[in-house]
Design a protein around this ligand. Structure first.
Ligand SMILES: Nc1ncnc2c1ncn2[C@@H]1O[C@H](COP(=O)(O)OP(=O)(O)OP(=O)(O)O)[C@@H](O)[C@H]1O
Ligand SMILES: [Mg+2]
Length: 233
């Protein structure tokens, strides 16, 4: 199958599909500020470009990062339009997602009960984390907890906001392998330029700098390659 064709077929199945929920990918972490909302937006933009009718579901009602970013996006007339909405529960999401081809759930930091519930009801759970031991320990502990609650095989650690140390990166790759978890083969490097693009309502492949755009496109491709391989729940 061509890239995205499985996701496209799934999205197009609409109300005919046997399973009521559209394919759902979530971004979950124990620590805050690791890049969940950034990667969720990157994914949503990638999904819109693939014609997948994404619903970007923002569960962080205090920050509303994705919803507010989308308001700036509208003000700045950045296209394509993204459907970004706030939800306070998984039940509300499931009630209101009928038109969506794919759901991207951005959760609150600290992996609270709601984040657990969303993770357990997702086809793929991306766990963004920094590469340091301080960041990886809670991430791997969370992965173990989610695996125990039935998310095994759907958890993917994503090294995020990674600095320039190759040694640190290698150490992190090994730590994830030793723990027995899947690691996304692409990582998200720390680059200030991504922040100013987000402040303009852009994300991922919409970066104005060609180098950042290329970096974001690689991350997008890796996330979608993994979503393509999602096993039905
Ligand atoms: N690759 C990057 N390089 C530099 N800064 C980044 C990068 N990715 C994200 N950021 C910035 O890091 C900060 C935190 O990112 P983000 O909001 O995506 O994290 P989060 O996990 O959603 O945080 P929270 O737990 O508070 O919801 C933001 O200011 C964002 O612009
Ligand atoms: Mg966030």
């Amino acid at each position: 199958m061509k890239p995205s064709s499985r996701l496209l077929a799934f999205a197009a199945a609409g109300e005919d599909r046997a399973k009521p929920a559209p394919l759902t990918v979530s971004f979950v972490s124990q620590k805050g500020g690791v890049g969940k909302s950034t990667l969720a937006r990157l994914f949503a933009v990638g999904a819109a470009h693939r014609g997948l009718k994404p619903l970007l579901a923002d569960f962080d009602l205090e920050q509303l990062t994705c919803v507010e970013w989308n308001a700036i996006r509208l003000q700045n007339a950045v296209e394509p339009d993204i459907d970004a909405r706030a939800f306070k529960s998984l039940k509300k999401l499931r009630k209101n997602e009928a038109q969506a081809g794919i759901v991207i759930a951005d959760t609150r930091g600290l992996a609270d009960d709601l984040a657990h519930e969303i993770a357990e009801d997702s086809d793929v759970v991306f766990l963004p984390t920094g590469a340091s031991g301080d960041d990886l320990r809670p991430t791997l502990a969370l992965a173990r907890k989610l695996a125990k609650h039935g998310a095994e095989g759907r958890l993917v650690v994503v090294l995020s906001k990674v600095g320039r140390s190759e040694a640190q990166l290698q150490k992190a790759v090994e730590a994830v392998a030793v723990a027995g978890f899947e690691l996304l083969p692409e990582y998200w490097p720390q680059r200030d330029g991504f922040q100013s693009d987000l402040d303009l309502g852009r994300a991922g492949r919409e970066a104005r700098n060609p180098y950042l755009r290329e970096t974001a496109e690689k991350m997008e491709a890796a996330l979608f390659a993994r979503a393509e391989r999602a096993r039905p729940r």
